[in-house]
Design a protein around this ligand. Structure first.
Ligand code: MG
Length: 340
């Protein structure tokens, strides 16, 4: 068996609109396209979507890949060993490890000749509908974005500013579609509790990460008072974070860029289920390469938020379709992603 050869390329992608959340605004994102060649003409692909919030940039990903390239097993099916070897060589760097994990799964699936969802024994028709995100903006521009997103059946509205009430009222006046809100840790527990009556009045169906990641007391207080489910995102990176969230929130939001591998994402789903927690899979701003890796998990989930590639002005890859929030998984082997 010949050694797997890892190469990478940094891609700059832009969102159609500047994308604002409680922590800041951005329109240009650098993601990393990882390719693993096996010497027999097959190639596995993965994407790293680094976030400065979790301490990564495209440059730290590139540096980490230099380390990971030297510790990979020759056999792409040795996925557990690959994860462990990367962790031993260099901890953290979840986005970088995730790209390698996706590329190994893609390559193994191509060798088997089956798509990942089929290898994992899943039924694509079980996938929930994905939400479409409306970033922070003025009430007027939010109205326009909601109208522009008329094809998407569920909206996730970013909140966490003094304009929250005006923005949410503007959304509700524009549409009767289900609304979820994500504060990205932008509220204090007191602010979150004060906003609950309005969220209930507007029929908000779910609240994501109302308060700071370490404020588990605040999360629990919001959950006790809220008539709708409260999910942890920034408070939950890997399976080890889940037990302490049981009884504190109603569910978790998994992101591949936080947890570092497709195997870890599957462990998180199992651990969350064992603690009676609902499970969402979300995303960063990513291309269809990264989104498709996450989309293969969709049949296992309660909630889906995989709009990252839909927000791009131009998506360099084609894979899982999220048109109208409906997941259509590829039927070609591995991830099933091609360049556009
Ligand atoms: Mg979130």
């Amino acid at each position: 068996m010949t050694a797997l050869r890892l190469t990478h390329e940094i891609l700059t992608v832009r969102t159609a609109h500047p994308f604002a959340i409680a922590r800041g605004t951005q329109q240009e994102y650098r993601v990393v396209w990882v390719r693993l060649a096996d010497g027999d003409g097959l190639e596995g692909w993965g994407e790293a979507d680094p976030s400065w919030y979790y301490g990564e940039t495209a440059d730290t990903v590139a540096a980490a890949l230099g380390v990971y390239a030297t510790v990979l097993p020759d056999d792409p099916f040795r996925l557990e060993e690959a994860d462990a070897a990367m962790m031993r060589a260099l901890r953290g760097n979840a986005a970088a490890r995730m790209a390698v994990s996706a590329a190994l799964h893609d390559l193994a699936g191509k060798r088997l000749g089956v798509p990942l969802w089929r290898w994992w024994g899943l039924d694509p028709s079980r996938a929930p509908r994905s939400s479409f995100t409306i970033g922070l903006d003025t009430p007027e521009r939010v109205r326009a974005k909601v109208r522009e997103a008329s094809a998407y059946p569920v909206l996730k509205v970013k909140v966490g500013t003094p304009d929250d009430a005006a923005v949410l009222r503007a959304v509700r006046e524009t549409t009767d579609r289900p609304i979820r809100v994500d504060a990205n840790a932008g509220w204090t527990a007191k602010q979150a509790l004060a906003r609950l009556p309005l969220l209930a009045e507007l029929g908000v169906e779910l609240i994501e990460q109302p308060v700071a990641p370490d404020d588990l007391e605040g999360l629990a207080a919001v959950r006790r008072a809220a008539p709708m489910p409260v999910l942890a995102d920034e408070s939950c990176r890997t399976a080890a974070d889940i037990p302490r969230l049981a009884g504190v929130v109603d569910g978790i939001n998994i992101k591949l860029a936080k947890c570092g591998s497709l195997r870890e994402a599957q462990r998180m789903i199992a651990v969350a289920r064992a603690h009676h927690l609902a499970v969402m899979v979300g995303c960063m701003i990513e291309t269809s390469l990264g989104i498709t890796a996450a989309a293969h998990l969709a049949p296992l989930l309660d909630y889906l938020d995989l709009d990252g590639a839909l927000l791009l002005a131009r998506d360099p890859f084609a894979g899982a379709s999220l048109a109208a929030g409906q997941v259509t998984l590829p039927t070609s082997p591995g991830l099933g992603v091609t360049t556009r």
